[in-house]
Design a protein around this ligand. Structure first.
Ligand code: ZN
Length: 324
């Protein structure tokens, strides 16, 4: 009898012991879970006033260092605004914020466009390499400089019915596309005519120095590119007018200009320096300067009202980094 009782008693203790252990585990786990949750970004960002959507956006895009900072300071609506921009590029966030600090009245989308295209730097003071390996998608402007002595390999001389003045030279693919465009324009009664195309480094230097010697650097920079930074050196650009209007002042009012604006993309050309985008391209509106980028990209730019600078930053440079 005694033995049986003892066994029963032991079993009861054992059972109580197990229950206690389970309870401790459960409570411990819940305390631990609570601890982890209270130290999570989700919890702390919510405390700072971010909503669920914003929290997801922040966690998806920012590194721990920045999240730690956000979790410990009052809500920063500016960062959230930048993250929601269509052309947001993560490596540029600090530059967006810095630009915003100094230009609070500029729209977020404009800041993103300006910084993506390096316009938070001064022209000619932030040299990057123009990637000629990208072929018709290479970017050359006041930030992207061509390698010294760069000269395209497949330059072709135009037949003289396509130009006036000196003989004109462009890359073969550009020439073929131009001829297609010329023929279709001609059928609609528009006679396109080129007056400038490929320019060598030396030609550009001569041109720029002439302005510089006569009017000084500031004036020269307004009307000509410095050598190495001119898109004309790529063999991908043409200055196009029409036979009845070759004036840089009035070409924008001509039927040929309207035709080019509405149709040139179908042949792979874009109006390179459009009106209203001067701060992005670094050039005054040039109704006559067309750049070959191929049909696919030309259509994208045309449909989305993007400059080549903006397209290049987001779809070429940034996309290449992401897939690396
Ligand atoms: Zn030009």
């Amino acid at each position: 009898m005694k033995k049986k009782y003892k066994l029963k008693k032991n079993a009861r203790y054992g059972l109580v012991g197990i229950v206690i252990i389970i309870a401790v585990i459960l409570v411990g786990r819940s305390i631990y879970k609570d601890y982890v949750y209270k130290h999570s970004y989700e919890y702390n960002l919510e405390l700072r006033g971010y909503d669920e959507k914003e929290i997801k956006l922040l966690i998806k895009n920012l590194d721990d260092k920045r999240l730690d900072k956000l979790a410990n300071t009052k809500k920063d609506p500016v960062i959230v605004a930048f993250l929601q921009e269509k052309y947001y590029i993560s490596k540029n966030l600090d530059r967006y914020l810095k630009y915003y600090e100094n230009h609070k009245k500029v729209a977020y989308s404009d800041i993103v466009a300006l910084v993506n295209t390096n316009n938070d730097y001064e022209h000619y003071e932030h040299d990057l390499k123009a990637k000629t390996s990208l072929d018709e998608l290479l970017l050359c402007n006041k930030f992207y400089k061509l390698a010294d002595g760069y000269e395209p390999e497949d330059l072709a001389t135009m037949k003289n019915k396509y130009y006036y003045g000196e003989a004109q030279v462009v890359r073969q693919e550009v020439y073929d596309a131009f001829v297609d465009m010329w023929n279709d324009a001609n059928e609609e009664g528009i006679y396109l005519i080129v007056n400038s195309s490929y320019r060598s480094f030396e030609d550009q230097k001569e041109l720029y120095d002439l302005y510089k010697d006569n009017y000084g650097t500031t004036e020269a920079d307004l009307v000509a590119s410095r050598p190495g930074y001119s898109e004309h050196q790529t063999g991908l650009s043409v200055d196009v007018f029409s036979k009845d209007n070759t004036s840089t002042k009035t070409f924008k009012d001509s039927p040929a200009y309207s035709w080019l604006v509405n149709n040139s993309y179908k042949y792979g050309f874009i109006l390179r320096y459009p009106e209203g985008k001067e701060d992005i391209t670094g050039y005054e509106f040039e109704a006559w300067h067309y750049r070959y980028v191929g049909k696919k990209v030309a259509k994208e730019l045309h449909n989305n009202n993007l400059t080549f600078e903006e397209y290049y930053a987001y779809y070429i440079e940034n996309a290449a980094k992401k897939t690396k």
